[in-house]
Design a protein around this ligand. Structure first.
Ligand SMILES: Nc1ncnc2c1ncn2[C@@H]1O[C@H](COP(=O)(O)OP(=O)(O)O)[C@@H](O)[C@H]1O
Ligand SMILES: [Mg+2]
Length: 335
């Protein structure tokens, strides 16, 4: 076992009857790293995180968290980690302080030390002034911040967060992001997070594993993953009729790296999109096509996902979210 590693996972697999939720997943997380699992709903993120948190037994494969085997030493793993599950779990009928206090008592942290840590943490998440208000009166973002602060009371060395900003408005999401960034700067904490928001993975994580249908599709820093794509910008082009002639004209432009037809538009990977857009438009018109709309954007992790899976996280989400209703699968169904 490499003790420098916060997490080591080898060929981890989880099956629920006929469904393989996580399939031969292997990766390492170094201490102090901010590591993200990015993928659409149903990709296997919660299943993976629950195995690492000793809440679900792997079907096969190995996982070590802080040097301890999740199967053999679950108690030791639990002492080392803080876990913020996807669904909100703070008690609405207690105050913010009381929620923290109860949690600290579960971990056997003694009187004065417990009070001091709670005060400090509430201050860090900007909730000191609301500490004695019932959680029922908190906004979603405040509640989330409280829940993150709460799992830090026993000073875990690894923090696990399952979709920490799901359902939050953009402003609360940013407040949570800033707080998580602060956490990792100060301490020797390791953070493992899952998300289906590419902006979240991109803005927070040193390293990201992109997961789809239980498998890791690709892994690396956001910059490496984007550098692995052809070109550096994407032009989305909507034309009245995309003919063979148009496709070959685009393919012959020196700054075009790849053209992928989508449902009703073309994704064109190019160098320097802003500069080359006028040339592209001229070329499209010369090929006899009529342009309906055109847009340029810098490549993002969304483009990485599309490149490797042929589909977009946003589309996957739109399709699945209606029946998964945000909080995911009821976890009591299987173990
Ligand atoms: N307890 C369970 N029993 C049966 N199937 C499950 C259970 N938990 C998850 N699954 C299935 O495993 C797959 C991955 O689910 P999950 O890990 O919740 O994905 P994510 O968190 O990425 O949305 C899905 O197909 C889901 O239906
Ligand atoms: Mg989930």
């Amino acid at each position: 076992m490499d003790s420098e590693k916060a997490i080591t996972v080898t060929e981890l697999t989880k099956k629920f009857g006929p469904v393989t939720a996580v399939e031969h997943v292997s990766f390492d997380v170094a201490r102090g790293e901010f590591f993200g699992f990015l993928g659409p709903n149903g990709a296997g993120k919660t299943t993976l995180i629950r195995m690492l948190n000793t809440l679900l037994r792997p079907t096969s494969g190995k996982a070590f968290v802080s040097g301890c085997d999740v199967r053999e030493e679950p108690g030791e793993v639990r002492r080392q980690i803080g876990v913020v599950p996807q669904a909100m779990t703070s008690d609405l009928d207690l105050t913010g302080y009381e929620n923290m206090d109860l949690y600290g008592r579960f971990y056997g942290i003694q009187g004065r030390q417990r009070r001091e840590r709670i005060k400090l943490l509430l201050d860090t998440v900007g909730l000191s002034a609301r500490a004695d208000d019932l959680v029922a009166t908190y906004s979603g973002g405040m509640r989330r911040r409280l829940e993150i602060a709460r799992v830090l009371v026993h000073r875990p060395s690894i923090l696990f967060l399952d979709e920490p900003t799901i359902g939050l408005d953009p402003q609360s999401r940013r407040v949570v992001w800033n707080f998580l960034r602060k956490l990792i700067e100060g301490d020797s904490m390791t953070i493992f997070l899952t998300t289906h928001y590419m902006e979240e993975a991109e803005s927070l994580c040193n390293r990201v594993a992109i997961i789809d249908a239980g498998r890791i599709v690709v892994m690396g820093s956001p910059a490496e993953l984007k550098a692995g794509l052809p070109g550096n910008d994407v032009i989305s082009l909507l034309v009245v009729d995309s003919s063979e002639r148009l496709l070959s004209a685009l393919g012959n432009m020196p700054f075009v790296h790849a053209v992928t037809p989508e449902e009703n538009s073309l994704r064109i990977h190019v160098d320097n999109g802003a500069m080359n857009l006028p040339l592209l438009i001229d070329g499209v018109r010369a090929a006899g096509a009529e342009i309906v709309s055109v847009s340029v954007h810098e490549q993002s992790l969304e483009d990485v996902f599309i490149h490797y899976t042929g589909k977009s996280i946003r589309e996957e989400e739109a399709r699945k979210v209606s029946f998964l209703v945000g909080a995911g699968i009821p976890q009591k169904l299987g173990r």
